[in-house]
Design a protein around this ligand. Structure first.
Ligand code: ATP
Length: 237
């Protein structure tokens, strides 16, 4: 379980997150819904460890994460722009995720290759390992980025607007694949989006972020039928 308690993040005069509380249980698909500027990316960056909060605590299964380097947090991050290495092949991009995460434990090149190939198979990219990143489509890049994260066996995967760059067809396919991966791996996902339809379709639960605070966190059906906070309701019109 991921637990954020009283988390505040300021940039000069701007308060991006203020006294934010949120629990992401194990084995959950949670959508994080918020308008532009609500603080969604900031929240993901704090959880992943790319930045530290000014106040508050973040813990995973009871263990405080503050001060821990991103690659020591058991948390995966799939960036909005995929952030793949253009000079590496698909396979090398996925292996990089593992090499960077582990020191010594996976030094065996054969094991590296096998685990990366398994991760590519999991996201439907069996046989794509030798291709250059420049040779594959946007949807395939998205899946390589997902494989690069999943290969490290994180407890929770942070997805920053994962469907934003995809056309309608690819979006539907990616939704199905994300659900299937969650079923298979029993890993938690925190899926950031500005679209209420996407949030309600994908999430078992939806947390609504408004002006740096979680204003409602509920099952998607409850949130749709009973938005008990006016700020949350605005997102559902
Ligand atoms: P979007 O959907 O547009 O990406 P968001 O919900 O992800 O928005 P954030 O990017 O987290 O929102 O930004 C929240 C607030 O914090 C905004 O007012 C933004 O301008 C501010 N902010 C974020 N990062 C920085 C930074 N590095 N320096 C200054 N202000 C920042």
């Amino acid at each position: 379980m991921l637990n954020l308690s009283g988390v505040t993040r300021r940039y000069g005069e701007t308060v991006a997150l203020e006294d934010l509380n949120l629990i992401v249980p194990d084995d959950t698909y949670m959508s994080l819904l918020g308008a532009s500027g609500a603080g969604k990316t900031t929240l993901l960056r704090l959880i992943a460890g790319f930045e530290e909060p000014n106040a508050g605590q973040i813990s995973l299964n009871g263990e405080r994460l503050d001060g821990k380097a991103p690659h020591r947090r058991d948390i995966g991050f799939v960036f909005q722009n995929f952030a793949l290495f253009p000079h590496l092949t698909v396979q090398e991009n996925v292996e990089f995720g593992l090499k960077y995460r582990e020191t010594g434990a996976c030094a065996d090149p054969k094991e590296l290759t096998e685990r990366a190939a398994d991760a590519l198979q999991l996201v439907g990219l069996d046989g794509f390992g030798h291709r250059g990143v420049g040779e594959i489509s946007g949807g395939q890049k998205q899946r390589v980025a997902l494989a690069r994260t999943l290969v490290t066996e994180p407890r929770i995967v942070l997805l920053d607007e994962p469907l934003g760059a995809l056309d309608a067809n690819l979006r539907n396919r990616m939704c199905d694949e994300l659900r299937a991966i969650r079923e298979r791996l029993r890993v938690s996902f925190l899926h950031v989006t500005g679209s209420e339809t996407e949030a309600l379709t994908m999430g078992d639960t939806v947390a609504v972020l408004s002006d740096g605070r979680i204003v409602q966190a509920d099952g998607s059906t409850e949130l749709f039928t009973r938005p008990h906070n006016p700020a949350a309701a605005r997102h559902l019109n």
